[in-house]
Design a protein around this ligand. Sequence first.
Ligand SMILES: [Zn+2]
Length: 267
Amino acid sequence: MTSWRLSPFLKLCVAVHAALLLAWLAAPQYWPWLLLALLLLHGGIALAGLLPRCALLGPNLTRLPAAAIRRGEVAITIDDGPDPAVTPAVLDILRQYRAPATFFCIGERAQRHPELCRRAVAEGHDIENHGQRHRKHTSLFGPAGWHGEVGGGQGTLQAITGRSPRFYRPIAGLRNPFLDPLLQRSGVFLASWTRRGYDTRARDPDTVYARLVRNLAAGDILLLHDGNAARTADGKPLILAVLPRLLDELAARGLKPVTLRQACETD
Ligand SMILES: [Zn+2]
């Protein structure tokens, strides 16, 4: 357990609230302008939670730490599983390339297919927390909603793998100011990504691959999906069409796949 520290942006927001209150007490006739300022402030806070790579609400891992960059490391992160129709083939590919990856699993899916989580851990991958239910309206969560989603996922995945997740990724990276205090107190880090392939929507593997390797460099955190994976025109899950090519490209460039935990714990 660590104590919670407000981000500089949220400290500023608290100060602006106080200033608006004092201004209203001093000059209540200006209330329409003060109300407008308040609405704009809250719009800004909401927007910060809708931008997945934004760090205004609290720490947010969008790239690997400096030491991992110096070591030429890249983290492949795989969301929304486990899925019995896709995950075993993903694990086969990763084993073939001896490439560790980070699986952001959904608690309820992990409960249905615990053997896939255990296989992933046994083969050197890490299981991290993508929420117990992968609920879509996280932007509207209060502390209890976040506790159910984050705490539920932590408990489920710990029970299955014997290891407590170190990272949490909300659905689509959406969040609000109530998430960060919970994460900080739990010792769990928010992790987003450097680039994503949008492989739950795109049907063309070339497009997804091009998105992932554009400006590819050491320190990148790449996002693919084994759960909710779109299918190619011939019915193949996108990740299976893209992953071997991506791993070939990493090897060709001398970049080393690691898990988020490996990259951050050896910093
Ligand atoms: Zn997801």
